[in-house]
Write a protein that binds this ligand. Structure first.
Ligand code: PLP
Length: 385
């Protein structure tokens, strides 16, 4: 059975070209990029090239990029680094729908005397920047708001947010882990001060990521030790991973058009047909301002997990909006923040596509979904028989 992979917001396949580019940096070119000798120097040069590729995709200077180990590390480095650099300010503003990589850090700050304001979203998962205007004050050190939501794909008005933050002299960080490689971004002329991205969401391997730090932004290093990354992140570089991330960024730039036309067409076909053919289904999230690859659909009266298990029998990978915590299924905090009714939040499934998906895969899934949904409803105690 072939795998049909519609879970690209969880992680992506490493592109063959990326893997090929990385290979020499394990057994052959294994020198330390910080070494004085020629052997290490050629590795250092390749790291520099990779930094240029990341910067080219984002429209920033190579010196504004540091490499980290994951999106979570980039987020933590940004949040804690900004706060440590201005200890007199004690307020942070974020949203209720952030990834835990941001939300858990912010909530922990409350245990350390910080005031954290979490902005809400409307039924479509949209954020109203006016709420930020009302919350931001002289005590605010940082605004950290995601670029695009990992569960619904909803894109936030980050440039407008950046402008509000800048007008108050407040640093703005955005978690763009789901946006980079899927939609065009340009940091030249942007008001964003810090931006996180993660390799494994854009066809680079797991274990490598980056943080954009706009020139002049005050940030205390989170990892102390050696002088790597201009003293902003200690630790010997994951050279092969960094080389892979550079190549993945180069490919992302080449494929961004395809992502926003063909991948979007496939997503729309999958979404529209499922909504049409499955009664009592609904789309979660703003239909307009959305990543081109993501759809989040709720099916009343049945559990998202049950749908996933049935899809899995056909080799189809997707994910659900619930997190299995301590034996009970908690509906997603994102869908709850959007006011999605409990029953619909429990029955949500996220399909996230990539440039490697085909129309045949979409057609196969469209064919199976109505059968799966009606079969589960036959078994559901919530459906009147
Ligand atoms: N931020 C967002 C929006 C994400 O979707 C993820 C991962 O799913 C992360 C941060 C964490 O990235 P990583 O898995 O590289 O730590």
């Amino acid at each position: 059975m072939e795998t049909i992979y519609f879970d690209n917001n969880a992680t992506t396949k490493v592109a063959e070209e990326v893997f090929e580019e990385m290979k020499p940096y394990f057994c052959g070119l294994y020198g330390n990029p910080s070494s004085m000798h020629t052997f290490g120097g050629q590795v250092g040069r390749k790291v520099r090239e990779a930094r240029e590729c990341v910067a080219a995709l984002l429209g920033c200077e190579p010196g504004e990029i540091i490499f980290t180990s994951c999106g979570t590390e980039s987020d933590t480095t940004a949040i804690k680094g900004v706060l440590a650099a201005q200890p007199h300010r004690r307020k942070v503003i974020t949203t209720r729908v952030e990834h835990p990589a941001v939300l858990a850090v912010c909530r922990d700050l409350e245990n350390h005397g910080y005031v954290v304001a979490e902005l809400g979203v409307d039924k479509q998962g949209r954020l109203d920047p006016v709420e930020l205007q009302e919350q931001i004050d002289d005590d605010t050190a940082l605004v950290t708001i995601m670029y695009a939501n990992n569960e619904t794909g909803v894109i936030f008005p980050v440039e407008e947010i950046a402008e509000i933050a800048a007008s108050k002299g407040v640093v703005f960080h955005t978690d763009a882990v789901q946006a980079v490689g899927k939609i065009p971004l340009n940091l030249a002329g942007s008001g964003i001060d810090l931006l996180s991205l993660s390799g494994h969401k854009l066809h680079a391997p797991k274990g490598v990521a980056a943080l954009y730090i706009r020139k002049g932004t005050r940030l205390s290093p989170f990892m102390l030790g050696g002088h790597q990354e201009g003293g902003r992140r200690a630790g010997t570089e994951n050279v092969a991973g960094i080389v892979g991330l550079g190549k993945a960024c180069e490919l992302a730039a080449e494929n961004i058009e395809d992502e926003n036309t063909r991948v979007k067409y496939l997503r729309d076909k999958l979404e529209n047909t499922i909504l049409e053919r499955c009664p009592d289904s609904r789309l979660n999230g703003d239909r307009q301002n959305r990543l081109p690859n993501t759809t989040n659909i709720s099916f009343e009266y049945i559990e998202g997990e049950a749908i996933l298990l049935m899809l899995d029998r056909y080799g189809i990978c997707a994910s659900s909006g619930s997190a299995c915590t301590s034996g009970s299924l908690e509906p997603s905090h994102v869908l709850r923040a959007m006011g999605v009714p409990f029953t619909a939040a429990h029955g949500s499934v996220r399909f996230s596509l990539s440039r490697y998906n085909t129309e045949q895969e979409v057609d196969f899934t469209i064919d199976k979904m109505p059968q799966i949904v009606s079969r589960l409803r036959e078994l559901s105690p919530f459906v009147a028989k």
